[in-house]
Design a protein around this ligand. Structure first.
Ligand SMILES: Cc1cc2nc3c(=O)[nH]c(=O)nc-3n(C[C@H](O)[C@H](O)[C@H](O)COP(=O)(O)OP(=O)(O)OC[C@H]3O[C@@H](n4cnc5c(N)ncnc54)[C@H](O)[C@@H]3O)c2cc1C
Length: 500
């Protein structure tokens, strides 16, 4: 347009006319249940409501389903109480409860924590009944504190959405409305009856629910203003400004919390924001993260030394990382998890491709690895030697190390320390990962108001809710949360009948 001689004002006028002309007409849609957000919790709710015989409309601002859930490592904590796996790992639902509750500094609502751990395994069974496949056995995900994470066969979180899409294709009654952003909840006579949205072309789309509305818009990891505002309350992190990246997808901006707060919902524990020490230094994403399970790797600072219990809490690990030089560390491991080099990490990348892209370092000896890392070789060699003493066959096996670490490589049965070259290292920084605060709910996933009352017609599930994980979420518990509370929200919204 500039070449045609138009100035900025003329171009803006033309663009405004074009927008007006291409704007689609406003729409009114209706279904029994309306779900806002097509991530893990939203799709679990939509599928459950449909299984209960309801028509469902799912509103999603992105162009496809998935949210953060599709990016996830897929680690799904659940204990099949009394099973061979649970017995072999000395695990139980009770232990899952205690670790979740205490791992969150006892800030989680005990009733919600109970609901989570007691229904996590039936969530796996439900997913399997829909056709989703899981690998055998369990593993310890970073910050999961115990080997109880189930891993889907499909990479990352893709298995969930393949399963939901197949369900939608086979069954009538779930309508997906993409590229549509929910803006405000509609309240009539004190009951939440629907949601007003903006479509792709800027048109208004009003969606009404005959039964309930489920809020499942995820957290606020990508909303820097909210991160900073709430971190001011806890002052837990030195800063959460734009210099700290996030693992989250860009649309995770706290919309659901903002919408719910406007109609009187109680937001709880918003200051509980989780960081991971595992971000890619350029993007903050978890891609390029070479670890598989907690037991087989260590974290090393730029002096070539360990500095924290790598099997401990996520907040403790990340706070310790903030105290290290350049807030930077390396994950260091040997070739036990990558014997051939074409094996994939938890994010579907082969170690060979990461090495050739310069995102992972590889060396035949620890001395050479230290050179590539730019850390003193003596320190790295000494660090690994000291660490190996606690692993299987080491003279200190079975005892906790100086950082309190108890999860060593004997528990996964794979290896006996970091001693089989080639050796690998990958650089990592702190990254905003999960927001534990949000809309208060009860065990029926009903949203609660600031005056402590149930908000009729409004249900919430997944990261948009608060008060389950407390101050620190256990790794692998968020996916269980999406399925457990997503299913409950789908059932509660289906059962909700307006008294008119
Ligand atoms: C990289 C990564 C790895 C992870 N790995 C694990 C793991 O292995 N195990 C584990 O337990 N947890 C993991 N987590 C955490 C877990 O994935 C999330 O907490 C969980 O998936 C959140 O699910 P959700 O359904 O609440 O939200 P999401 O899956 O994020 O879905 C929310 C959806 O709502 C949509 N939305 C938002 N606002 C609006 C609006 N206004 N209108 C319409 N739609 C809207 C979004 O576009 C999105 O699709 C990981 C997280 C990340 C980012």
């Amino acid at each position: 347009m500039k070449q045609a001689g138009l100035n900025d004002e003329g171009i803006n006028k033309l663009l405004a006319i074009k927008k007006e002309v291409t704007k689609e007409s406003d729409q009114e849609l209706a279904a029994d249940v309306v779900v806002i957000g097509a991530g893990g919790a939203g799709m679990a709710a939509a599928t459950t409501a449909n299984q209960a015989g309801k028509t469902v409309i799912v509103i999603e601002k992105a162009s496809k389903m998935g949210g953060n859930t599709i990016l996830s490592g897929g680690a799904f904590n659940a204990v099949d109480d009394g099973s061979e796996t649970a017995i072999a790992n000395k695990d139980s639902v009770e232990k899952h409860y205690t670790q979740t509750f205490e791992g969150g500094d006892k800030q989680g609502d005990p009733k919600l924590v109970r609901t989570l751990v007691e229904n996590a395994w039936s969530g796996v069974v439900w997913l399997k009944s829909l056709g989703m496949e899981f690998q055998d056995g369990v593993f310890t995900v970073t910050g999961g504190m115990w080997p109880r994470a189930h891993k889907p066969v499909e990479p990352e979180g893709t298995g969930f959405f393949k399963t939901y899409q197949e369900y939608i294709d086979k069954n009538k009654g779930i309508t997906m409305v993409y590229n549509t952003t929910a803006d405000e909840l509609i309240v009539e006579n004190g009951i939440v009856t629907g949601v007003r949205c903006t479509g792709k072309s800027g048109n208004t789309i009003t969606v009404k629910a005959q039964n309930g509305v489920v809020l499942a818009t995820g957290g606020f990891g990508q909303n820097i203003e909210m991160r900073m505002k709430y971190n001011e309350i806890s002052k837990k992190w030195p800063t959460l400004d734009a210099s700290i990246p996030s693992t989250n997808t860009s649309g995770i901006t706290g919309d659901g919390m903002i919408m719910a707060e406007k109609i009187g919902a109680n937001l709880v524990q918003m200051e509980n924001i989780q960081l991971l020490p595992l971000g890619d230094p350029k993007t903050g994403s978890l891609s390029g993260n070479i670890e598989h399970a907690v037991e087989s790797r260590i974290f090393v600072n730029l002096d070539g030394k360990r500095f924290v219990n790598e099997g401990g809490r996520r907040d403790e690990m990340t706070l310790a990382l903030f105290d290290q030089k350049d807030t930077t560390m390396y994950i260091v491991m040997d070739s036990d998890t990558y014997p051939k080099g074409d094996e994939l990490n938890n994010f579907g990348e082969s170690i060979a491709s990461l090495v050739s892209a310069g995102r992972s370092l590889k060396a035949d000896t620890l001395e050479e690895l230290a050179q590539l890392m730019g850390v003193p070789a003596d320190n790295l060699i000494g660090t690994v030697k000291a660490y190996n003493r606690y692993c299987k066959d080491g003279d200190l096996a079975g005892t906790a190390d100086e950082f309190g670490r108890t999860l060593f490589s004997d528990t996964d049965g794979i290896n006996n320390g970091i001693n089989d070259g080639p050796f690998y290292a990958a650089v990592r920084v702190p990254t905003v990962h999960h927001t534990m605060g949000g809309v208060q709910i009860n065990e029926l996933a009903q949203a609660i108001s600031t005056s402590g009352e149930v908000i009729p017609g409004l249900f919430a599930a997944g990261e948009v809710t608060g008060g389950i994980h407390g101050s620190n979420r256990l790794g692998g518990n968020a996916l269980s949360d999406t399925i457990v509370f997503g299913r409950i929200a789908g059932t509660s919204a289906s059962n909700f009948a307006r008294q008119e």
